[in-house]
Design a protein around this ligand. Structure first.
Ligand SMILES: NC(=O)c1ccc[n+]([C@@H]2O[C@H](COP(=O)([O-])OP(=O)(O)OC[C@H]3O[C@@H](n4cnc5c(N)ncnc54)[C@H](OP(=O)(O)O)[C@@H]3O)[C@@H](O)[C@H]2O)c1
Length: 390
């Protein structure tokens, strides 16, 4: 019986994880669930899944939750309790599914505790790159990716992989991208995109932030950076291809010309079940793939002109140092402003570019420096957002 903690349990990844876990009561027990403010949804999840502990980062939300649950589950509050629960010896597996930079400290706490960490929170890795991977190595944490693309690559690579990608005969990694809801839209139409349109993804049901990232293609940019760290790949070894059906989740090309791909219906329960059970396989409750009914799988090159965020991520990767952390922070600020109606969809990329230009050359070799550059980039991006005067 493996014991599980879910960071970000009320989100789409968190709830999909609970769905898979509930199908296997003989394999998994729940230690803790965490969320930020949504205590009503957390109360429902606690009643249904009966974790030992629930953590709300927001103190008022924790108070409401404790009253609603009336002692059935131990309720803790605040960021210190969140990091403590992520590292607690009562769990073996930690699902890291908090959205954004808020996930960095608890995810790192789980890594430092040497857990199997199921990594959905790509922003934590993008921000802290080398530091994150070095911590995982030092403390023996086992990282299994949840992003469907990285999970697909993980499935297509040999294990163990002595000598890195070259030792395994890998020539390149190809990440697929759906292209989001605005693929093929004219610049004029993109200029008028509303938050409601941007969060309505054609293939996936996701939280609002990653839905906007998917629409701008910044999600793919963050994933390119994530892939370089996770698989020890050079930026030149990672390519992106648009695949609107979201059936082929990514591909690995080998030196002999073989290309291995992982296919499945677009349902996050497949990578979640894979990562939970790896190297075994368990039922995920996902509909079987019907290739005859699908009939056609399309692939095309990304349109960097209309979706400049992908290139910004490649640029940040090439710049190195703190540039990926700056890119991530500026993107989080710009996406939040867009969702609040304070920024146009097409201005998101400009805010990120201006912030990267302004803070270029920063380095961040320890955690304090990463957090400082994250805060500085947010302040800078916020100034640019106010200046843009939408
Ligand atoms: N959704 C997908 O299909 C998908 C696929 C691949 C990767 N991912 C990645 O997985 C992560 C989660 O995505 P999602 O779509 O599940 O997001 P989501 O639905 O917005 O859920 C976010 C979760 O994080 C919690 N949270 C937000 N801010 C927090 C804070 N300051 N402190 C502590 N907890 C906080 C939320 O709690 P409240 O509910 O209380 O706000 C919620 O539980 C993201 O990094 C995303 O890029 C998602």
């Amino acid at each position: 019986m493996a014991r599980l903690t879910i960071l970000g349990a009320t989100g789409t990844i968190g709830r999909n994880t609970l769905d898979v876990v509930a199908r296997h009561p003989d394999r998994y027990s729940l230690h803790a669930l965490t969320a930020n403010t949504d205590w009503q949804r957390m109360a429902e999840l606690c009643r249904e899944h009966r974790p030992a502990v629930a953590v709300m980062t927001d103190v008022d939300a924790a108070r409401e939750l404790a009253t609603a649950l009336d002692g059935e589950t131990e309720v803790l509050a605040g960021p210190v309790a969140l990091a403590a629960v992520a590292a607690a010896p009562d769990s073996d597996i930690v699902m890291a599914a908090i959205v954004g930079a808020a996930g960095l400290m608890p995810t790192l706490a789980a890594v430092r505790a040497g857990k199997r960490v199921l990594l959905a929170n790509k922003e934590a890795l993008v921000m802290s790159g080398a530091l994150f991977m070095e911590t995982a190595r030092r403390y023996g944490a086992e990282l299994v990716p949840i992003d469907s693309e990285h999970n697909a690559v993980f499935q297509c690579l040999p294990h163990p992989r002595a000598g890195g990608l070259a030792g395994a005969g890998v020539r390149r990694i190809v990440l697929t991208a759906s292209g989001g809801p605005f693929r093929g839209w004219s610049p004029e139409r993109l200029d008028a995109v509303t938050p409601e349109q941007a969060v309505a993804h054609p293939n996936w049901v996701m939280g609002p932030k990653i839905s906007v990232d998917s629409a701008t293609m910044m999600n793919k940019g963050l994933e390119v950076i994530e892939a370089c760290w996770l698989f020890d790949a050079l930026p030149a070894q990672v390519e992106v291809v648009v695949h609107p059906q979201s059936i082929v989740h990514s591909l690995v090309e080998y030196a002999d010309g073989s290309v291995l791909a992982q296919l499945s219906n677009p349902d996050m329960r497949t990578p979640i079940a894979h990562a939970l059970a790896w190297p075994e396989r368990i039922d995920a409750g996902v509909a079987r793939l019907d290739l005859a009914q699908l009939a056609t799988l399309e692939f095309e090159a990304p349109d960097h002109g209309r979706f400049p965020c992908l290139q910004l991520a490649f640029d940040a990767l090439a710049a190195g140092g703190a540039a990926p952390a700056i890119l991530n922070a500026a993107n989080e600020s710009a996406v939040a402003a867009f969702l609040d109606g304070r920024l146009k969809f097409t201005t998101i990329a400009r805010i990120i570019r201006t912030t990267l230009d302004a803070l270029g050359g920063r380095t961040a070799s320890d955690l304090d420096a990463v957090l400082a550059v994250d805060a500085e980039a947010r302040t800078r991006a916020e100034r640019e957002i106010r200046r843009s005067g939408h």
